[in-house]
Design a protein. Structure first.
Lengths: 113, 113
């Protein structure tokens, strides 16, 4: 069974810092990986989707990379802002089973003004 | 941008009562899902639905749960006899396929008292 781990569990940084969130998964036979943002008590907002054949995806200040062979993905946030404060979730879709995603526990980010 | 819509946003029910959680997926999507998140825990898969039938379900999705697409636009999750441990945020998601990832709704917070 796929296990997804996110490190760190929580992170507090001053505004303007560049930061990296980490996601690791145990089974490298994945179809894709998706990063989500979750605000307290709210739904999941998709940030970036990386297919298994891709190495990275970029959207604005966000860059996600994927190293399938080592079972790792990183989400890089440039020039962090207080509005980036949220929990960031990594979810992995199986190669042979697109029917479900496996989620990590998330990294709770606090960007201080 | 197309959205997945969930209603109600919050439902309180007495133990043993039946509840129906409603979702309107994105109109041209073919794959539909229910996930749940117990407070402080990971988002976990419940069920996937494709071509008018369940394609996969988790161990959690026992006989107390059922899903339906009654009219070609709505997608519902029914819990027949709620338990205290069913209290969670329930998320509906839809997808056009693996290349497009998931779009999640904003969730229904179910509180069983």
């Amino acid at each position: 069974k796929q296990e997804v781990t996110q490190i760190p569990a929580a992170l507090s940084v001053p505004e303007g810092e560049n930061l990296v969130l980490n996601c690791s998964f145990t089974d490298s036979a994945i179809y894709n990986l998706q990063w989500f943002r979750q605000d307290p008590g709210k739904g999941l907002t998709s940030l970036l989707l990386i297919q298994s054949s891709q190495r990275e995806q970029t959207s604005g200040r966000l860059n996600a990379s994927l190293d399938k062979s080592s079972g790792r993905s990183t989400l890089y946030i440039a020039a962090s802002q207080p509005g980036d404060s949220a929990t960031y979730l990594c979810a992995v879709g199986g190669m042979y089973n697109f029917n479900k995603f496996y989620f990590g526990s998330g990294t709770k980010l606090n960007v201080k003004p | 941008e197309p959205e997945v819509t969930q209603t109600p946003s919050h439902q309180v029910t007495q133990m043993g009562q039946e509840v129906i959680l409603r979702c309107v997926p994105i109109s041209n999507h073919l794959y539909f899902y229910w996930y749940r998140q117990i407070l402080g825990q990971k988002v976990e898969f419940l069920v996937s639905f494709y071509n008018n039938e369940i394609s996969e379900k988790s161990e959690i999705f026992d006989d107390q749960f059922s899903v339906e697409r009654p009219d070609g636009s709505n997608f519902t999750l029914k819990i027949r006899s709620t338990k205290l441990e069913d209290s969670a945020m329930y998320f509906c998601a839809s997808s056009g396929g693996a290349l497009w990832g998931y779009t999640f709704g904003s969730g229904t917070r179910l509180t069983v008292v």
